[in-house]
Design a protein around this ligand. Structure first.
Ligand code: NAP
Length: 481
């Protein structure tokens, strides 16, 4: 019987991409798995064709069909639209989790050599500040929205624990900035603490992200799996790559319910592109992660072992300092291929089956509450008045309404009614109006009439309802509230 080949979408990418991709594909082919690559385009060449997303429709069709992508790095050239082709791919196929494993590798000397580091960052991949929703509030004040959803937190936390169980890991840390961002980062912490008891074999601990960075520099061996929000994960995972030898050795997987995209953490490294000197290890290890994902665990393990054996044998890549004659990209790949089937003398492979995710649902995710109420409104106003002058003006505008001016803040500092200390003022004020009767549930007509009144004397640009859900504040407090 003729064996059906597993189709995968292959995007060689930009810069060093085609060189490291050729190396990775040769290694995969030599491992004996039966795959059929569909070579597709994305990135610089696509932007140059005037396609603003950086991903042509043929590539999208291929991914919809194959569901699995091995991808080289993609540049986002300045001057062509404003989207990153990587972000397009992650959001288009909702690869909501980014797994970035790093481990100590033989012969790759770092200040942490000997501590046997073996850490996986599980980074939320589609929410947070990376939704890219930004506004100029005034000509001199910019704002970005940090969007964190309950469903997004549940998905990433469950994946982190499921992965930990599947891969025989012992602990999961959840790293957040929940002490400052109580509603957004706090949502990940609370979700983590709710879900953790369902995984009694895994030690679960919350850690503040700044302390986590400190601990990673001081005592990284204490970490196993770290789950975190998008931006924190972006930064932490580059840090952990650095702990174990750098970008040339760091693989990653972008996992979604339907589609998974495997790629090196590094970019297109244009300074070394076309010279056959790039280290292909990161993409070779990403390809191994891909094989595990498609159920080819044996080949994945063989490739991981062959990389270890290659490094143990003294083969060195161009990004490892201090070697007079490092191996070229093609030579490195050939060495890995020649070591397929051999076992490392120092390190075992973690053999495990990829986590199966529930299918993507088209339902709109919502959290049910029994009661909800709008108790006030924050109006963001552009003004160069002093706080007292602005407060007086707004108070006058409130005459005869159901609102009172509760507080004015400037860059988070309360400046009205009592300015605590001298702060540098900018022309963006947040003015908090509360219903005079605390029990009132404010309706849109009252809020719209408030905005009309304010608009007669002030320039407002942004409004937020202050909502209570089941009696809990759905907003951060000002110093006076
Ligand atoms: P980079 O491409 O990762 O390169 C930074 C430096 O790291 C390189 O100059 C090179 O250092 C070294 N390096 C990276 N990968 C290497 C490898 N495999 N072998 C040997 N050395 C390697 O980061 P960047 O310069 O900031 O970004 C360049 C472009 O890549 C940008 O357009 C960026 O947007 C894009 N990018 C894409 C992705 C992605 O597609 N996922 C990720 C990151 C960046 P030396 O100078 O020491 O040779």
């Amino acid at each position: 019987m003729l064996l059906q080949k597993r189709k995968i979408t292959v995007i060689p990418g930009d810069g060093i991409g085609p060189e490291v991709m050729a190396a990775a594909l040769e290694v995969v082919a030599a491992s004996g798995v039966s795959i059929e690559p569909e070579i597709c385009e994305a990135g610089a060449k696509t932007f140059a064709r005037g396609i603003e997303s950086g991903v042509p429709s043929e590539t999208v069709e291929s991914i919809e069909n194959t569901k699995v992508v091995l991808k080289g790095p993609l540049e986002t050239p300045i001057g062509y639209g404003n989207k990153s082709a990587n972000v397009t791919l992650r959001t288009l196929f909702e690869t909501f989790a980014n797994l970035r494993p790093v481990r100590e590798l033989p012969g790759v000397h770092t200040p942490f050599t000997g501590r046997n580091l073996d850490i996986v960052i599980v980074r939320e991949n589609v929410e947070d500040l990376y939704t890219g929703i930004e506004y100029m509030q005034t000509p001199g004040v910019a704002q970005a929205l940090k969007i964190i959803s309950r469903t997004g937190c549940e998905k990433i936390v469950e994946l982190a624990f499921e992965f930990a169980v599947a891969a025989g890991r012992k602990s999961v840390h959840c790293a957040t900035k929940a002490n400052i961002l109580k509603l957004t980062e706090g949502m990940l912490q609370h979700t983590f603490e709710e879900i953790a008891p369902s995984y009694p074999t895994i030690k679960a601990r919350h850690i503040l992200i700044d302390n986590c960075a400190h601990q990673l520099a001081m005592r990284p061996e204490q970490f196993d799996v770290i789950v975190t929000t998008n931006m924190n994960g972006d930064i932490l995972s580059d840090l952990t790559s650095g702990l174990t030898g750098g970008l040339g050795f760091a693989p990653s997987a972008n996992i979604g319910s339907d589609v998974a995209i495997f790629e090196a953490v590094h970019g297109s490294a244009p300074d070394i592109a076309g010279k056959n000197v790039a280290n292909p290890t990161a993409l070779i290890l990403s390809a191994a992660m891909m094989l595990r994902h498609i159920g080819e665990g044996k080949a994945a393990g063989d490739i991981e072992q062959a990389v270890l054996v290659t490094l143990e044998s003294g083969v060195r890549s161009g990004d490892m300092p201090g070697y007079a004659k490092p191996y070229k990209t093609t030579e490195f790949a050939a060495a890995v291929i020649s070591n397929l089937g051999k076992l490392s003398g120092t390190k075992a492979t973690r053999d495990f089956e990829a986590v199966k995710l529930p299918p993507r649902t088209t339902e709109v995710a919502a959290v049910d509450v029994a009661t909800r109420k709008v108790t006030g409104v924050d109006v963001f106003i552009e003004s160069t008045l002093q706080p007292q002058e602005l407060g007086d003006e707004l108070t006058a505008a409130l005459d005869g309404t159901t609102f009172l001016l509760h507080a004015i803040t400037n860059r988070g500092n309360t400046v009205y009614p009592v300015g605590e200390r001298a702060v540098t003022l900018v022309d963006q004020y947040r003015c908090r109006f509360m219903a005079k009767d605390r029990g009132t549930d404010l309706g849109d007509p009252e809020i719209l009439s408030l905005l009309t009144r304010i608009g007669e004397s002030s320039r407002w640009m942004h409004v937020e309802k202050l909502q209570l859900f089941d009696g809990e504040d759905g907003f951060s407090r000002t110093a006076k509230s």
